[in-house]
Design a protein around this ligand. Structure first.
Ligand SMILES: NC(=O)c1ccc[n+]([C@@H]2O[C@H](COP(=O)([O-])OP(=O)(O)OC[C@H]3O[C@@H](n4cnc5c(N)ncnc54)[C@H](O)[C@@H]3O)[C@@H](O)[C@H]2O)c1
Length: 255
């Protein structure tokens, strides 16, 4: 018996590094998952690796109608919706003074902030239609809490995720909906590999306390716990899964 036996989840960003690991973990815990992503090719690959416990749908999380559609699709396909995981996110490292004020603000904000807002809203409306409670888990980042270079809009968007998590938990608690967030530090996925293109890979690796990056499976373990009933008393907060990254000054050898 898994911790998520009989539970139905929607997972966005399901084709990414962290998303694929979460998907595998939810299935291994007995859950059923509507795996959602922009990438139709990625979804076809995901579907071919999974059995009947997974359905897939191409969705752009910046479009409310598509996000609402994914909630009802999960409920129709699997009978109900219990868990929404707003995990899709993008980053585009760039110095602030080099920003294009439209492209470098609106692109990241649309996915990371608006997409999570839409997921909270449409997920809660689906739970209300069902007459049930539910769990909403948002993927934040240590950079929702810490300032850092090259990542202005991303950090702002993740700070918004942290605040949306608190506000949603407060407003939705009476409806039996629990809302929390996970904040990864540096996880070895295509998103982080953008720092390799900038020639900063070794530099950021040495900034890690244990000189190594977190693996996507480690984040998936924390997510599976947070959406399970074992985490019932964790609500309205962001849980750091970061190897302590946000708590310490970078070691000297990283400078
Ligand atoms: N990798 C890290 O070090 C790290 C650290 C902290 C937080 N995070 C967060 O974890 C989450 C997952 O990141 P990842 O590292 O797996 O990244 P990733 O780039 O591997 O995956 C992101 C996925 O989101 C999908 N996506 C992008 N825009 C979308 C849209 N508009 N609609 C639907 N899907 C869309 C992409 O197609 C991709 O499959 C993100 O929210 C990210 O900000 C990652």
């Amino acid at each position: 018996m898994g911790r998520l036996n009989g539970k139905v989840a929607v997972l966005t960003g399901a084709c990414g590094g962290i998303g694929q690991a979460i998907l595998r973990k939810l299935i291994s815990e007995g859950g059923k998952v509507l795996a959602v992503d922009l990438s139709e090719q990625g979804l076809a690959a995901v579907k071919s690796k999974q059995g009947d416990a997974v359905d897939t749908l191409a969705v752009d999380v910046t479009d409310y109608d598509q996000v609402a559609g994914m909630m009802s699709r999960a409920a129709e396909r699997f009978g109900q919706l219990d868990i929404v995981i707003n995990n899709a996110g993008i980053g585009s490292p760039k110095a602030l003074l080099e920003h294009d004020p439209v492209a470098d603000f609106e692109g990241v904000t649309a996915v990371n902030q608006k997409g999570v807002y839409y997921g909270i809203l449409a997920g809660a409306r689906q739970f209300k239609r069902q007459g049930s409670g539910g769990v909403i888990l948002n993927t934040s980042s240590v950079y929702g809490h810490m300032a850092s270079e090259l990542s202005f809009t991303y950090n702002v968007s993740k700070a918004a995720v942290d605040m949306m998590t608190k506000c949603a938990a407060l407003e939705l608690g009476a409806a039996g909906i629990r809302v929390c967030a996970v904040a990864p530090g540096r996880v070895d996925t295509p998103l982080l590999r953008k720092y390799e293109e900038l020639g900063l890979w070794e530099h950021i690796r040495k900034e890690q306390m244990r000189q190594t990056f977190t693996q996507p499976e480690e984040i998936a373990n924390v997510v599976a716990f947070l959406v399970s009933e074992e985490a019932n008393c964790i609500n309205g907060c962001t849980v750091y899964a970061s190897d302590g990254f946000e708590n310490f000054k970078f070691p000297l050898q990283g400078s």
